[in-house]
Structure formats: C-alpha cells, structure tokens
Design a protein around this ligand. Structure first.
Ligand SMILES: Nc1ncnc2c1ncn2[C@@H]1O[C@H](COP(=O)(O)OP(=O)(O)OP(=O)(O)O)[C@@H](O)[C@H]1O
Length: 257
C-alpha cells in the first residue's frame, strides 16, 4: 500500500517495560476499509501495540498517524472521537447497565452530547431517534431481544457482543478487536466472525484483529501481520504468513518453551 492511502500508519514503535522489550521498532500500515489480522504467540506484543494505537500507552519511540495526522500526545478519548474504537481482551462492561444504555452512552460520548455521569446515573433522557439508532445497532449484533436486560445477566459471548456494539456506536473508521472470540463457544465464534466480516464489507470499517483462533482470522481478514518478541516477522496473505518458517518457529518455539 502506498503511504498516501494509509488510514493507520505505525512507524518505528518501541516500547519497553523495565528491562523487557515489548515492541522493538514495529512499522506497518492499514488502509481504509482493510481487515488486517495481528497474530503471534503469547507475549509477542499484540496488546501493547493496540495500547499504543489507542493512546493508552505512550511509546518510547516511534509514531502513530491516523488519516495522516500524528497522534503523539492525543489522549485516548480524542482518538476515539477521531474514529479509532477498540474492544478488550477481558470484557470491560458496566454490569448494571443494559446493552441499550451501553450503546447510548458511547454514542453520546463520541458526539460530545449529554453528560456521561448523567447517562451513567440514568438521568440522560433518551430521544426517539437515539432509541431507534441504538436498537438498530443491537439488532445488527443480534442482541435486540436483550436490549434492556442488565449486562450482568448476559453470557460472556453476549457481553462481547455488547462491547462490539458499543465500539460500533462510535461509528469508527478503524476497529481494534482484541481476541473477540476468547471464551466463546463455536456457534458464538462463528457469529462474531460473520459480524466482523460484515462490518468491513457493509460499513467499510477498517479492522485490526488480534485473535488466537487462526481459523477465525483466516475467515475475516484480507492480510496478516505476524509479531514475535516485539518484531514483525511476516506480513501478507493468511496462507503465506502461516506457512512462513519464522512464524512456525515463533509458535513452535513458544509452545516448546
Ligand atoms: N504493563 C506491563 N508491565 C510489564 N510488562 C508488560 C506489561 N504489559 C506487557 N508486558 C510484557 O510485554 C510483552 C508483550 O506483552 P503483550 O501483552 O503485548 O503480548 P501479547 O502478544 O498481547 O500476548 P497475549 O497473546 O498473551 O495477550 C510481554 O513480555 C509482557 O510480559
């Protein structure tokens, strides 16, 4: 991809935690509407890279650009407004709020509407338009029948879908999904895979997907990046990357260790 076409551009990113080098000069690009998988064994640096892109972690060196704009110093909430949304490896939801409330709060926050605290305390009034838009989103992820149930009563799979709906409520240009199928049963995995692919195809949202289930990665992405010990060791179509000796070694070496 040429530089001019990049939606996300990561260049020379280094992160160390004390003596541990988590990322050692990582560079790559994601184009608009492109679905890219980020694979690698445990500890390869995938979540660290997500945290750098979302602004939750400041890199020791390197730059992140979004739509050509350098993001250094731009806090997470402003990156979300610029169009970068994420879901988390460990589901992060508010147990007492319903899926509908999660979506409405996210949508208002992204548009700077209402007061977050009033929303969380249940005092934000819901307009018919907001209600309809939130229900449409929940329908898209298959949760419309559970729209008003407290999230604490939902299964882990359903909670992951709430997270996904909340991220989509930001109408992101780029979604970072961190192990969205973790803890789900095969049917739920299949529906997450369908949803993610649909998101890319129907909404034109770019996707950066971290996922240990390689069959799911293959189903969803256009291209794969493989990380090992904080370095990109391969990049290209799924079949090519998983056949790459450096990638096989990264997984086997870690499994053997
Ligand atoms: N907050 C932290 N403090 C210290 N070390 C950390 C921290 N976060 C990550 N690391 C270390 O940085 C390296 C990369 O971790 P990271 O979580 O990014 O890997 P990962 O590829 O996401 O792994 P997994 O697939 O297990 O989630 C690992 O060696 C990890 O132990």
């Amino acid at each position: 991809m040429s530089d001019g076409a990049a939606l996300l551009e990561v260049a020379g990113v280094h992160v160390a935690f004390g003596g541990v080098q988590a990322l050692g000069g990582v560079s790559f690009q994601v184009g608009p509407g492109e679905a890219v998988g980020l694979v690698g064994p445990n500890g390869a640096g995938k979540t660290t890279l997500f945290n750098v892109v979302t602004g939750q972690l400041r890199p020791d060196a390197g730059t992140v650009r979004f739509e050509g704009r350098p993001l250094g110093g731009v806090p997470s909430h402003r990156r979300a407004r610029l169009g970068i949304a994420r879901t988390f490896q460990r589901v992060e939801v508010f147990p007492e709020l319903s899926p509908l409330e999660h979506v409405v709060v996210a949508r208002r926050a992204s548009r700077c509407e209402g007061s977050l605290w009033a929303d969380l305390l249940g005092r934000g009034r819901l307009s018919p338009e907001e209600h309809r838009a939130a229900l449409d989103l929940l329908q898209a992820v298959g949760l419309s029948s559970l729209a008003e149930v407290p999230v604490a009563a939902l299964t882990l799979g359903q909670q992951r879908l709430v997270e996904l709906a909340r991220a989509l409520a930001l109408e992101p240009r780029l979604l970072l999904a961190d192990e969205p199928s973790s803890g789900l049963d095969p049917a739920e995995r299949a529906s997450v895979a369908r949803l993610l692919r649909q998101l890319v195809e129907a909404r034109g949202t770019a996707l950066l997907l971290v996922e240990h289930d390689l069959a799911l990665v293959r189903q969803v992405v256009d291209r794969v990046l493989a990380l090992d010990s904080g370095a990109l060791v391969a990049e290209g179509p799924f079949d090519q990357v998983v056949a790459d000796p450096r990638v096989r070694q990264a997984y086997l070496g870690r499994a053997a260790g």
